[in-house]
Write a protein of this length. Structure first.
Ligand code: IFM
Length: 458
């Protein structure tokens, strides 16, 4: 790895014990968002219904009955938002494309007006010197496809390939990084396993069918991408969380291994080894009926990078019956109730690198929700700043340890629709007043800005 380093002291930002920050000059610093969480304009320019439109309208599913109808109105305010990113000084912006804006029914004719929005966004970003990084699927499946069975059906993976291929053709290398799927574990388990996310189905075994079809969709999209010989990069983003055993006992160690199988290896193994974890017999039996010859060749096609979303860890112990249970958080928590555990980022990426690498890695999401308030036009969020500082410090340790970490995207640029929590959980480094759509850069955003100013970048 080329390492023309710029020493910047995180110490001066109050991170104890962390010395010199050695970020390569070409390290990408960014912020991330997702279509349904920020765009709004749910009924404009021919956009079709997504599973989140339907789900958020189902009583009791989303806190306070919030929906993404308006969200941050980014569809109309994208220029203002790109200007904020420019002011912050980020290199790259990770956004997602809403499939139902492109294909209102999931398939068929492209809705040019929907596509034009992303063309305008990409153009604006490039004009401001910010690299576009686009995720093709961040959970907003067209409802029309869900009506045909959604991710429980193999056809959905084929429709996704068509949609992905169209986006590769239309936007091509203007997007510097393509991410096929965001967090397939969430789409599969939260959507079809326990039903806390759209489409709200709950059947443990069939969620593994959804997971398989999502992985297949990734593989098919990758195949379409390679056929076009594009010069940008393509990868996938997983939400991974290290699972630590509560004790040294053999039972707790086995429990942690199981939890790791469920959360991490069920996705990492097929992607990078070409098969599901063999130590998970119940899972293997459940998924067997939907696997077809050739699936794993597609799923394990070579990617240019792996995106990892890291927020927290779990500490697990044996439940005494061959299963496992998570202990309550062992330290300070964010507004989501997630433990703040920066060391987990280091442990996780070292492990992924050792077990599945070498593969370039990006942290495609990291950030924290806190109950922010506006005081005299300012938002003081020292906990979020500390959270970011501590995780950036782990990123430097990773680089020093030789892990090929290429970039870091803060989640999120804006406060936004936090899924089942509606607008009650604020992750932004930019505050959004959802009544007036006013944006206020929070202290954490200002900190990020001055951190970026201090770096020598190439
Ligand atoms: O808001 C989400 C995002 O959509 C996916 N990753 C986790 C974030 C925080 O919950």
């Amino acid at each position: 790895m080329q390492c023309i380093c710029c020493p910047t002291r995180l110490e001066k930002y109050g991170v104890e014990g962390d010395d010199t920050v050695n970020f390569p000059k070409d390290f990408k610093w960014g912020t991330a968002t997702a279509s349904y969480q920020i765009e709004g304009a749910a009924h404009e320019d021919g956009r079709g219904e997504s599973i989140w439109d339907r789900f958020s309208r189902t009583p009791g599913k989303v806190l306070n009955g919030h929906t993404g109808d308006v969200a941050c109105n980014h569809y109309h305010l994208y220029k203002e938002d790109v200007a904020i990113m420019k002011e912050l000084g980020v290199d790259s912006y990770r956004f997602s494309i809403a499939w139902p804006r492109i294909y209102p029914n999931g398939t068929g004719q492209i809705n040019r007006k929907g596509l034009d929005f992303y063309k305008r966004l990409v153009e604006e970003l490039l004009e401001k010197g910010i690299e576009p990084a686009a995720t093709l699927y961040h959970w907003d499946l067209p409802q029309a496809l869900e009506d045909k069975g959604g991710w429980l059906k193999r056809d959905t993976a084929r429709y996704f390939q068509d949609y992905a291929a169209a986006m590769f053709r239309e936007l091509g290398d203007t997007v510097k990084q393509w991410i096929t799927l965001n967090e397939p574990w969430c789409s599969a388990f939260l959507g079809y396993g326990n039903g806390v996310h759209a489409p709200g189905k709950s059947d443990f075994n069939s969620h593994l069918h959804a997971a398989h079809h999502l992985l297949l969709a990734h593989g098919l999209a990758l195949q379409a991408y390679r056929e076009l010989n594009l010069k940008s990069e393509v990868g996938i983003t997983l939400n991974l969380a290290p699972q630590y055993p509560a004790s040294d006992s053999a039972q707790d160690q086995a429990a942690a291994r199981k939890a790791d199988g469920f959360q991490n290896r069920w996705y990492l193994d097929p992607l990078f080894r070409g098969f599901y974890p063999q130590d998970m017999p119940e899972f293997l039996a459940a998924v067997a009926p939907v696997i077809q010859p050739g699936d794993f060749d597609l799923i394990s096609g070579a990617v240019d990078f792996l995106g990892i979303n890291y927020y927290s860890r779990s500490v697990v112990r044996s439940d005494g019956q061959g299963g496992y249970e998570a202990l309550p958080p062992q330290g300070p928590v964010t507004h989501m109730g997630w433990e703040v555990y920066p060391q987990g980022l280091y442990d996780l990426l070292v492990r992924v690198h050792e077990d599945y690498g070498p593969i370039p890695l990006y942290i495609t999401e990291n950030g924290a929700a806190y109950p922010d308030q506006v005081e005299q036009g300012r938002v003081h969020d020292p906990e979020r700043t500390a959270y970011l500082q501590q995780h950036f410090a782990q990123a430097t340790k990773l680089i020093e340890a030789g892990v090929p970490l290429k970039g870091f995207y803060v989640w999120s640029l804006l406060d936004n629709f936090e899924w089942a929590f509606g607008y009650e959980r604020r992750f932004g480094i930019v505050y959004v007043d959802f009544e007036t759509q006013e944006r206020i850069i929070k202290d954490s955003g200002r900190w990020y800005q001055s951190f970026l100013k201090g770096l020598a970048r190439g």
